[in-house]
Design a binder for this molecule. Structure first.
Ligand code: BEZ
Ligand code: FE
Length: 286
C-alpha cells in the first residue's frame, strides 16, 4: 500500500496495533492517532517539527540522577496531575492526592511524636497536628507519615550546593489514637527550576512559575490506598495559579498564629509560633 496524506494515519495505526502486548498496542495506536490529529489541526510546519525535536533533545540532556526535566514538563502541562486524578478517585471524605514532585527521598529518618524536623534551620516554628483515620473516622494507629518540605526561602536541599545531607524531612508514626505531631518551620512558596528547556517555554508565556507554600506528606499504610499529598498554607500566594496544578481546596489549611507559651507537643516555646490542624483520611483498598 502506497502512502498519501489521507491514508498514513490508518497505516501507522495498523502497524502499531501489532504490538505483542495488548496494552502497548492500545497505548501506541491511540498515541499515533492523537499525534497525527495534532499535526493536522495545527498544520505543523517542518521548522516547527524540528524545533520540537530540538526542545526534546535539550530536555533529555539536562536530565540526570538529580534532575528530571521531562517530569517537570509533564507537571507544567497538567499531565502529571491529570494522571494523579485518573488513578486516585477517592471517596469525597478521603484526603485527596496530589503530585509527588521531584524532592521526595526514600529512607527519611524515623521521628518520634513532636520531633523537630527543622532543627538548626531558621524560620517560624510550625506545628502540624491531627489524626490519621479511615473514612468512617476510625483512628489508624501506627501509620507512617513521611513528611518533607522546602525551607523558609523556598529551597530544598537538592537545590543548595552547600547542603549535602537530608534536611526538613522525617517519618512520623501515629499514636494509638491515630494522632500525630510534626514540628517544623513554615515553608515558603517557590519557583520551579527555570534554567532549562521548560523555563525557556514558560518565559514566553504569562504563566506564573511559582508553587504556593506547602508541606508534602506520603502515607503508605497496608489496607489503604497510598496517599501522596500536600498541605497548603491558607492565604499563601499562588494558591490559585500553582504552576503544576497541584492545589485542591480540601488541602488548604489555616496556619494559626499562637503566642509564646505551651505548644501542641506538650512543651513550650519562648516565641510565637504557627499551628495547623489537619486530619488525614485514608481511602480503603477496594
Ligand atoms: C514540589 O512540590 O516539590 C514540586 C512539584 C512539581 C515540580 C516541582 C516541585
Ligand atoms: Fe514541594
Amino acid at each position: 500500500m502506497f502512502v498519501d496524506e489521507d491514508n498514513i494515519t490508518d497505516l501507522a495505526v495498523r502497524r502499531w496495533a501489532t504490538a505483542h502486548s495488548p496494552r502497548t498496542a492500545e497505548l501506541m495506536t491511540a498515541l499515533v492517532r492523537h499525534l497525527h490529529d495534532f499535526a493536522r489541526e495545527v498544520r505543523l510546519t517542518e521548522d516547527e517539527w524540528m524545533a520540537a525535536i530540538e526542545w526534546l533533545t535539550a530536555t533529555g540532556k539536562v536530565c540526570d540522577d538529580k534532575r528530571q526535566e521531562f517530569i517537570l514538563a509533564s507537571d507544567v502541562l497538567g499531565l502529571s496531575m491529570l494522571v494523579v486524578q485518573l488513578n486516585n478517585r477517592f471517596s469525597p471524605q478521603a484526603t485527596p492526592a496530589t503530585v509527588l514532585g521531584p524532592f521526595h527521598i526514600d529512607g527519611s529518618p524515623a521521628a518520634p511524636y513532636g520531633f523537630d524536623m527543622s532543627e538548626g534551620i531558621a524560620g517560624t516554628p510550625l506545628f502540624l497536628t491531627g489524626k490519621v483515620t479511615d473514612i468512617a473516622g476510625k483512628p489508624v494507629p501506627g501509620a507512617v507519615i513521611d513528611a518533607w518540605q522546602a525551607d523558609a526561602d523556598g529551597a530544598y536541599e537538592a537545590q543548595l550546593p552547600e547542603v549535602d545531607e537530608a534536611r526538613l524531612r522525617a517519618k512520623y508514626r501515629t499514636r494509638e489514637d491515630g494522632s500525630y505531631c510534626i514540628r517544623t518551620i513554615a515553608p515558603r512558596g517557590y519557583a520551579i527550576p527555570m534554567d532549562g528547556p521548560v523555563g525557556d517555554l514558560i518565559r514566553g508565556t504569562d504563566i506564573s512559575h511559582f508553587r504556593p507554600a506547602h508541606v508534602h506528606c506520603l502515607i503508605d499504610e497496608p489496607g489503604y490506598r497510598r496517599l501522596i499529598t500536600h498541605l497548603f498554607q491558607e492565604g499563601s500566594a499562588y494558591l490559585d495559579s500553582d504552576v503544576v496544578f497541584g492545589t485542591k481546596e480540601a488541602l488548604v489549611v489555616r496556619f494559626t498564629e499562637r503566642p509564646a507559651g505551651p505548644t501542641p507537643d506538650g512543651g513550650s516555646l519562648e516565641r510565637p509560633y504557627l499551628h495547623a490542624e489537619y486530619d488525614f483520611v485514608l481511602q480503603p483498598c477496594d
